[in-house]
Design a protein around this ligand. Structure first.
Ligand code: NZQ
Ligand code: ZN
Length: 387
């Protein structure tokens, strides 16, 4: 096993009504807060009122940034940066799903930075001394509640890109599974697909000797296979929501990628272009692309790892690695279909004409992927196979 450093410093407050503990957690870092939320789900479920009451009870000054959209836009980030500067705010509290939290992170990075916040996703600026932030998570999917990444969309250039820094990891995250009871079937399914996709991106490497990382990854995949359908069948199944929520955080806090190279991440980069072109739900785009990517990259070198997933996760019984891998890939497709996710780009509203632009942006900085390096022609072939 390679050497590694592992540090996941976000304090997790897990369980029913854990939001009640945010006052002292915020005060440990700041007293003037930007409260960031989305299109209204937090108001419907009563979380907004509860948080506002808690902030007032602790005499914490706050200003609001609402209306953050799924696939959060750079325009919201700029608004947030302006509010923080105008009101001299020193802490950001995000209440919502991945989009709200990612927007909060980009704001946190943008406040001390002299230029435009879009410089971060474009790799033109490094994150230095961001504002501290905390989160109350309402959707199990992205893992952003425990990592330092954010993904931001820019409609002006029809692009969506990631940024990240360890200093953007939330100081604390409240994980109350009952806050996800109101997540609808579509978002529950997309969230489950996203968690699984994060595991795939880190599991599929050519490194050997990472038995423990692989075993944890396989357990997280099995958790999604067990509890994704349960949460779809009964939205207030606490056990299902709790397992999915913890799976979300563990899948992308660095745990399963320890001692591995960077991971693959090509499928995420290809998916971000689907969201950029058609505002597609992230997990739905991944559900379309992942089985197509697996089939495309299957060769003599990659077959053993794909076969390992097939056998250990899906119970495939086949001696030949290629045969096992193909069965495992079919199982992934069938599972995503059973969750109600789309299986083609056409179903997702992407047209053949969109593909050249998506290829160009996905490969803006050269070939993508680690398990299998994809050139622009490969990315084009995968998009076409997924049509
Ligand atoms: O806007 P509101 O009204 O809050 O509604 C949201 C939104 O419409 C709704 N929702 C959230 N919690 C709810 C709820 N509805 C009812 N009850 C609740 N408890 O769900 C919709 C989708 O929300 P969103 O935040 O967009 O979903 P998700 O958490 O899946 O986040 C997706 C975004 O995260 C990025 C994706 O690219 C996408 O932009 N990702 C971030 C990552 C990271 N930072 O590490 C990694 C991921 O791979 C991903 O790329
Ligand atoms: Zn993802």
């Amino acid at each position: 096993m390679r050497d590694f450093n592992f540090c996941a410093p976000t304090k997790i407050l897990f369980g029913k009504n854990k939001v009640e503990e945010i006052g002292p957690e915020i005060k440990a870092h700041g007293t003037r807060v930007l409260l960031v939320y989305g299109g209204g789900s937090v108001k419907k479920m009563g979380l907004y009122d509860q948080v506002v009451t808690l902030l007032k009870a602790q005499s914490i000054f706050f200003v609001e940034l609402s209306g953050v959209q799924p696939n959060p836009r750079i325009t919201s980030v700029r608004d947030g940066v302006r509010l923080c500067r105008e009101h001299n705010l020193d802490f950001i509290l995000a209440i919502g799903g991945g989009s709200v939290i990612d927007c909060a992170k980009a704001i946190a990075a943008g406040v001390p930075y002299d230029g435009d916040a879009w410089d971060f996703p474009m790799g033109r600026a490094k994150v230095v001394n961001p504002l501290p932030l905390g989160t109350v998570l309402t959707l199990a999917a992205t893992g952003t509640e425990m990592n330092g990444n954010a993904v931001i969309s820019n409609d002006d250039v029809a692009d969506k890109r990631g940024m990240g820094a360890d200093s953007l990891r939330p100081k604390f995250s409240v994980l109350d599974p009952s806050l996800t009871f109101s997540v609808d079937k579509w978002q529950t399914a997309a969230g489950t697909a996203d968690i699984m996709a994060h595991i795939f991106e880190q599991y599929f490497t050519l490194d050997k000797g990472t038995f423990i990382q692989d075993a944890i990854a396989e357990a997280i995949l099995k958790t999604c296979i067990e509890y994704g359908p349960r949460a779809l069948n009964r939205s207030d199944d606490y056990e299902a929501r709790a397992n999915l929520m913890w799976a979300s955080s563990l899948a992308l806090n660095g745990l399963t990628s320890t001692a591995k190279p960077e991971g693959d991440w090509a499928t995420h980069q290809m998916e971000h272009q689907l969201s950029a072109v058609n505002d597609m739900t992230h997990g739905a785009g991944l559900a379309i692309l992942f089985p197509v990517w697996m089939r495309y990259v299957l060769n003599e070198q990659t077959a053993p790892k794909l076969a390992q997933m097939a056998r250990n996760v899906w119970g495939v019984d086949a001696d030949d690695d290629r045969e096992a891998a193909l069965k495992g890939i079919d199982a992934v497709r069938q599972f995503f279909n059973s969750l109600g996710m789309p299986s083609s780009l056409t179903q997702g509203g992407i047209r053949r004409d969109d593909i050249p632009g998506m290829v160009q942006k996905a490969c803006l900085f050269g070939p993508i992927g680690g398990f299998f390096k994809l050139e622009a022609k490969d990315v084009e072939a995968i998009y076409l196979n997924a049509l």
